[in-house]
Design a protein around this ligand. Sequence first.
Ligand code: AHR
Length: 630
Amino acid sequence: VISVDATHPGASISPSMFGIFFEDINFGADGGLYPELVKNRSFEFSEALTGWHEVLSYELPKGIDPPKGELDIRTDSPLNATNPHYLRAHATAPGYAFYNVGYRGMGVTSGAGYRFSAYIRSKGPKSLRATLTDPSGKVIGTGKLEGFMGSGWTRYETVITPTATVPDARLTLYVDDIGDLDMDMVSLFPVDTWKNRPNGLRKDLVQLLYDMHPGFVRFPGGCIVEGRQLITRYRWKTTVGDISERKTIINRWNDEFDYRPAPDYFQSFGLGFYEYFQLAEDLGAKPLPILNCGMACQFNSSETAALGQLDEYVQDALDLIDFANGPVTSPWGKLRAQMGHPAPFHLEMLGVGNEQWGPRYVERYKIFAAALKSKHPEIKLVVAAGPAPSGEPFESMWKTWREQHADLVDEHYYMSPDWFLTNTQRYDHYDRNGPKVFAGEYAAQSAGQANQDNHNNWQTAIAEAAFMTGLERNGDVVRMASYAPLLANKNAWQWKPDAIWFDNLHAYGTPDYYVQKVFANNTGTRVVPITPLASDGLFTSAVLDERTHELIVKAINNTASERPAEIRLQGIAPSGNATVTTLASPDLKLENTFEQPTALAPESSTLDVKSSTVEVHLRPYSLTVYRIAV
Ligand code: AHR
């Protein structure tokens, strides 16, 4: 028997509690959500010709000499100060050619438009021809930038429409005349983006996020906030404004020691803070930016900004609030308006530091809090509890945050499926009057934290679902929760497991993604007492949605047998049918794949609910959500 007693609905809970954590890891931004096809378009990677190659003789039909010329990276009279390098193609014979390989190839779709553009400064040549070719060398699209004039930098563009769908095309450029041609911000960008925005986001990936109805978007990470050194920390101010003026830096996940070394992992910041705020708005989610607190990434935390040098960091936080919420007459509000969004982004919370701990972190937080709380008491601050969900430094950080009356404490857990199943009551006894919890990063790890053998299967997902019933039942304490990481490029990942996998043309949600989606699509406004909470493989939670007048009951059967059950409703009268959403598979090892992207996906049905006793059959290994009109 599952008893739901709505006579006295419990605490108010946040309907936006299940959100998303976005970090540019696994080529989640450049090479992923940000669909630029040219790798290193601004020649600012440490090896300035990364991604670019001259056409070599063996790549040409037999008997044809490669056209003569030279590629040269130059810095004199650059496009602008933050983009100091550019490419000079010095053609000594017409037809000098070179190409870009894209992010593990370029994914193009037959009949779709791709905007080919570049800033050009010509010292002779009048045009730059482009071809898209498939791996066999067959030309599947052409375009030409032409009519070069004047001695300064000018942007030219045209649209290339491929005649074939190819996951690994390449873009070859030809200088048709003899002479020097300078170029920068060489771009091939899909016309068809999310909401058709120029510089927009990859449509299929945003659609998966949109379908989740996430309550919030946390960005830009993760460790990426901190950088391996402070010099490469995330600085939001360098990620806004004209894309050609955003300063490319190395990605923190560009690491020879990672499972998949990615020496070509940089951040163009084409997806920057403006685009993150816009994404959150598009998804109907609250924005949650996390800022560097003056400390580099964990193991490197010996590198900290001295307390006396924190002014710049604190000012960045204050200015960010202006950028998001300030009037268009304020300097940063003005930039937001110039970028196309005069209305505020309604920022309500801000994270100070990611996954940090210890006295040096607390000292720095206090400086931030003093400045932010005095100027912006309306903004809630998120602080970290360190990397582990118990023991030290977790306990002492919580003690500190209680003393500091912190608003929200960010807990991370990358633990085994068993840990999730045995921790469903973790928050039942948390202090109701202390700081609130933000379960900011979690994912069940089938083989060990970030282990390359980890799987996104039904076993990990159902364990997370069981755990999430505990988050929801304690929604007065746990205000927000997000699975992490969110995205992974099949050909360029550093961390497993991840909610959504993609290649250059396709994407699919894992069972873990679908658990997140089912919970985020079925949030409520009040907790409703339910029993049993966790017993013999059964996990439950119930919430009332006062907006839609529905009682939402979630039940997880984590056993191999079908489970007949009676849901007994008290203190509430059902008024007809219920909609039922089920995620189920008898096979705990089941995974979604590119070939079978929805092997496990929610199924919908309806159920007659005429009385206060509802007979149900919980399928083996299943998550079932009943939305009962009341
Ligand atoms: O989600 C991957 C990483 O895990 C995050 O960048 C970091 O915060 C955590 O250690």
